[in-house]
Design a protein around this ligand. Structure first.
Ligand SMILES: [Zn+2]
Length: 513
């Protein structure tokens, strides 16, 4: 019998109430039974808002996969379970692929290991990432409200710790920050010492270490964290959140005068010089030099006028290899335009797009039915409880209240689930639209995609672009799609090519002058 592991996940606390972890496991188990798999392990992550890979069970699962015990599949209800952003998704998928263990998404049978399946998978992953961004935005909205109310919404900073408020008054002060009895005093000392002007951040860090100041991992509190602390208005009893400073309810660890003094000294020492931002160059890893075959690098140059010129270039060949970022990116877009999808492939995509929609619909119809049934059962039970209390008098007022509250919480969970299903249906519409767009016009789909999706499309269709003197001279399709689509060996020379070539030369000249 084939062996499989199940992975289940709920991302937010409210979903735990809906018990969807059990639903996921039940449905995966049923599928395993019907398809001849024995379940040899169940992994679940629940409760936390797990948008990243910091999920203990997922890590355990991936660890087990590495052990090569002859697993035949990882089962998930849908690919949304495994990752909510495209990068994680790809990382996990490639880990599984390396170990030769396929990921089976039981509610999405069209996602298989065929090129079309991978393409659909890619698109769904990007839709999931988008969904996650939306959820993230909701979460940050709550955090902002909490900050406005004067309660720090993040992880407590060094010198503070989370405590349960003994007598909360509102919805934000159940968990509050208070002074950490161990580290708080050192923060106060740090401000006092630094404000004398006799310390650099480095010597302050050493000195505090001698005095007994330790990070929560037991190490010396380093220069960067310390410099960051000395700039942080949270120690004045304020709440800095997303660029705004709110009045806070927590006790201060230093006073305004000392704090201001520290800022002046800090600026004078220029300790906290801002680091150079790393630009995200879209084509990094996809563009290669035609002369030496090496990968092109990206960099930028700020002219005296303040204008920034961003470019790709070959480190080895250097001279003449410079090409403007926008220039090269536009050329790549033209290559996307040159992709010819075979009719069969396009038809396949559209068929599968329709399949996805139908599948989602069937799924959600079933689930809606189950959920509405549960809703009416609970409502009936609530009426019965009411009767038992008021008419039959078999329930005390207290017992009634307790039962009623529980039912009410259940109902709330159900309403949320229904809302989520509407969301997921809308998402599937987006998925289908994207598939259709892709089948009909790859260039447009690429053009309109957000940067992370653009990187995806790049990797999906292309192995590399070979660049000579700022011009793409050879575009090589990715192995996965090269049999399904075709491109001309070279793009027809655009009418304005001479002028654009001259402009490029001009740019290189400007750069060196
Ligand atoms: Zn080169």
């Amino acid at each position: 019998m084939k062996k499989a592991l199940i992975y289940a996940r709920v991302s937010t606390d409210e979903q735990v109430e809906g018990m969807s972890i059990d639903t996921q496991i039940n449905r995966c188990s049923r599928w395993a039974e019907e398809n001849g798999y024995a379940i040899v392990g169940i992994y679940k992550d629940e409760g936390k808002s797990a948008t990243n890979m910091n999920r203990a069970s997922l890590k355990d699962l991936l660890g087990r996969v590495q052990e090569k015990e002859g697993l035949d599949a990882i089962l998930v209800l849908d690919t949304d379970r495994i990752a909510r952003n495209t990068l994680d998704h790809l990382t996990i998928k490639s880990l599984l692929q390396k170990a030769n263990v396929p990921l089976i998404s039981i509610s999405q049978p069209m996602i298989d290991d065929s090129p079309e399946g991978n393409l659909i998978d890619t698109i769904i992953a990007s839709v999931n990432a988008f969904q996650s961004q939306i959820t993230g935005r909701k979460v940050s909205k709550v955090a902002e409200e909490k900050a406005k109310a004067g309660y720090y919404p993040g992880k407590p900073k060094t010198g503070y710790m989370n405590v349960i408020c003994p007598n909360p008054k509102g919805k934000f002060d159940k968990r509050i920050i208070d002074i950490d009895p161990q580290r708080g005093q050192y923060i106060t000392q740090a401000f006092n010492l630094y404000s004398t002007g006799n310390f650099s951040v480095k010597s302050l860090s050493d000195h505090l270490y001698e005095l007994g100041f330790r990070s929560n991992t037991g190490c010396q509190v380093g220069i960067s964290l310390l410099a960051y602390c000395l700039r942080d208005p949270i120690y004045l009893g304020k709440i800095p959140w997303k660029g705004v400073i709110y009045e806070g309810h927590h006790p201060a660890l230093t006073d305004q005068e000392t704090f201001t003094k520290c800022q002046e000294i800090m600026t004078a020492h220029n300790q906290n010089a801002s680091r150079q931002r790393v630009h995200n160059y879209l084509l990094r890893g996809f563009v290669y030099c035609s002369d030496c075959g090496k990968r092109l690098w990206a960099d930028k140059h700020t002219k005296k006028s303040g204008l920034v010129f961003e470019f790709y270039f070959c480190k080895t060949c250097s001279k003449g290899s410079y090409v403007g970022v926008n220039d090269l990116e536009e050329q790549v877009e033209e290559w996307f335009g040159a992709i010819q999808i075979t009719k069969e492939y396009a038809r396949n995509l559209v068929t599968r797009a329709k399949q996805i929609l139908e599948d989602y619909r069937n799924n959600s119809d079933n689930e809606t039915q189950i959920i509405t049934n549960r809703q009416s059962k609970i409502e009936a039970a609530m009426r019965e409880a009411e009767d038992n209390w008021l008419i039959k008098k078999t329930l005390s007022a207290e017992a009634f209240r307790r039962i009623y509250d529980r039912y009410e919480a259940d109902l709330k969970g159900i309403k949320k689930q229904l809302g989520q299903m509407v969301d997921s249906h809308n998402q599937s519409l987006v998925t289908v639209q994207r598939l259709m767009a892709l089948a009909q016009n790859i260039r447009m789909a690429y053009h309109e995609a957000e940067p992370s999706l653009k990187r995806f499309y790049l990797g999906l269709f292309w192995k590399k672009f070979v660049v000579k003197k700022g011009e793409i001279v050879n575009a090589i399709l990715a192995d996965e799609v090269k049999d399904l689509i075709s491109v001309p060996t070279s793009l027809s020379v655009p009418k304005n090519s001479t002028s654009s070539f001259l402009q490029r030369e001009q740019k290189v000249l400007n750069l060196t002058s």
